[in-house]
Design a protein around this ligand. Sequence first.
Ligand code: ME8
Length: 514
Amino acid sequence: MSTERFYITTPIFYPNGVPHIGHAYTAIATDVLARFQRLDGKDVFFLSGTDEHGQKMQQTAEQEGIKPIALADKNSAVFRDMLERLDCSNDDFIRTTEERHKASVQELWKRMEANGDIYLGKYGGWYSVRQEAYFDEGETTLGEDGIRREPLGSPVEWVEEESYYFRLSAYGDKLLELFEKNPEFVAPAERRNEVASFVKSGLKDLSISRTTFDWGVPVPGNDKHVMYVWVDALTNYITAAGFPDETSEKWNYWPAIHMIGKDIVRFHAVYWPAFLMSAGLELPAKVFAHGFLLVKGEKMSKSIGNVVDPFALIDHYGLDQVRYFFMREVPFGQDGSYSPEAIATRINSDLANGIGNLTSRCLSMINKNCDGKVPECGVLTDPDKAMLETADKVIESARADMADFQIHKALTSIIDVVADGDRYFASQEPWALKKTDPARMETVLYITAETVRQISILLLPFMPQSAGKLLDLVAAPADKRDFAALGETGRLAPGTPIDKPTPIFPRYVAPEEA
Ligand code: ME8
């Protein structure tokens, strides 16, 4: 039986600056999805990388007095470091300045051209360097300062150039048919409705080459032109799967699920499928757009000075604490607010007082009263059976929620088992059984440790390091740390030595209170 493949991508990040927490958020969520599927037995390919061409990169490099490739090298390395710091399990990291990518984009271009979808024309329009996009006159507004701006506020300038066009106008009906036949192609539903109405309003052909700068992949057969950065960028997803070598082993991973922010839905759900249709390639499996992170309800921006550095956040709160917070706090797909108070509350209530406390109470008792070994499990009472059944069953709803990209729901259902464990432990009063019925005490401690084991396996995608430590504490064998080991198959073996518990989740105390 062949293993089911699961290919998932993050957007490739612009290395014209350093990463902020929004980039980290996308990376964490994608990593959680990738790890979950890996633990569930799928053959996962998880891709991230950097999007290094385009006018914005060229201009930033000029401002810094360095070559664009030097800027790309410098900042791409910081994005790579960020992924490592975040403990992302990506299998590849692609840079669009790599040779493998140039070959791939040029081949895609040739196939679109061979299909009659590329022609040479002239382009004039209001161009935003920051957005790397042209805007219709009607979309722009002339400010009181005499500067014309696009809807998001960046300045636009009138640019005219010879340009190749992609016949996007020919793909409107096909795209609408795609959204209709495969309503899950773009999610959440709000985003699907947005792109569908954009397509319904009529698609114009898309200018896909530039002559005004040269930092990009040359157009095959006319190197006065470089490709529009989005043709170049989107193609990364197939480059990493081996394109144009469709016989490569990696090509079996395509199509991918694209995890993106809601700012780039149009590129992924309209342009990209149209390019692929034109080139006769399979379409992505899905485009899921998550929301934006806001700092205390406000958009992050350099001018407000509220841009959050992911490295600093991890240094302050701890990596798994940050991963847990964002995945638990923000309904995935919606915008989410971040505040230091909210992070502290989650750490203390869910981690320190929650799973941390249950584990340490149970394991301290085992350590003192069971000779430091996994206790014996006697005849099960109804409360024991109910507790095990609850813990054994979570995977079912978590699996359904994760398949639906409801990451926060899956995590909530997992962490809710801690409260069930607390109630079970409190109601069975193992400390009182110590004298009256030591065998029964052992059973209660066994069931509690077994509950901790299952919660910990389920937490592995979210907090890989801490959940791994919890599994060390309950002496779960290394080869029984995936979803196949949930339930009966991986039950703790009585008699296995158990170390003295060490705290995994310290309480968070704000520096000013410490
Ligand atoms: O758009 N909240 O790169 P980029 C949540 N190179 N996520 C955020 C965010 C925020 N405040 N800000 C950014 C590009 N993101 C292109 C992509 S793909 C072929 C090319 C995340 O560096 C979000 O996922 O501007 C967004 O889509 C991505 O970072 C944009 O990163």
